[in-house]
Design a protein around this ligand. Structure first.
Ligand code: SAM
Length: 184
């Protein structure tokens, strides 16, 4: 949606985003065979760049043209500016799919189909904790996972890692984060 695109472009201009690649990607990359990777909602490319530097050919998808401009031009990076609400994943395509700090539950079954046999899915995003004191929670709960949701949603995969832990977000608020790595 055009409003989402404008909202994210504006957000990138006013709020800092982490520049370092995600620890979960760095620590789990060894599970994946080199080949084609998909970075879902890649933002400014901190993880796309890490994948490209480590020999993957990356489809980097995001709706923010501002964010995608920060993603480097390279032979092994295919920038795709599109709305994931209507984006169709090619089946049996990827050695690795990454989804960090973005949630759209409707794509869960499509992620499983888009992985090749043996392909790795790495996911990390926020968990909602409305009944526990002291945590920041989103205004729209659709954008946060439920406790223990990922192992259920991706039970068709072999689970290589699942953990939920506390972190401090960029605004200094306490948040709960779920980390998942699975193999098809
Ligand atoms: C919190 S950022 C995370 C970026 C990146 N994964 C990272 O960890 O640095 C969320 C990203 O999702 C993108 N996004 C939000 N809704 C989207 C949609 N419907 N289609 C494509 N991208 C979307 C935003 O533009 C933004 O870049």
């Amino acid at each position: 949606m055009i409003e989402d695109k404008q909202r994210w472009n504006k957000k990138y201009l006013v709020s800092p985003m982490p520049k370092e690649s995600s620890d979960i990607l760095i620590n789990s990359l060894h599970y994946a065979h080199k080949g084609r990777a998909l970075d879902i909602a890649c933002g400014m490319g901190r993880n796309t760049h890490y994948l490209a530097d480590n020999g993957f050919s990356v489809d980097a998808v995001d709706l923010s043209d501002y964010a995608l401009k920060q993603v480097r031009q390279a032979d092994n990076i295919n920038k795709i500016e599109t709305d994931l609400d209507s984006y169709v994943f090619e089946e049996d395509r990827y050695e690795l799919i990454l989804k960090i700090n973005y949630l759209d539950r409707r794509m869960f079954p499509h992620i499983i189909k888009a992985l090749k046999k043996g392909g790795i899915f790495i996911c990390e995003t926020f968990v909602k904790t409305p009944t526990i004191q002291g945590y920041h929670n989103p205004t729209n709960p659709d954008f946060h996972l439920n406790l223990d949701e990922l192992p259920q949603a991706f039970r068709k995969l072999e689970i290589l890692l699942y953990e939920e832990k506390d972190e401090i977000n960029l605004r200094g608020e306490k948040v709960r984060v779920a980390s998942f790595v699975g193999r098809k």
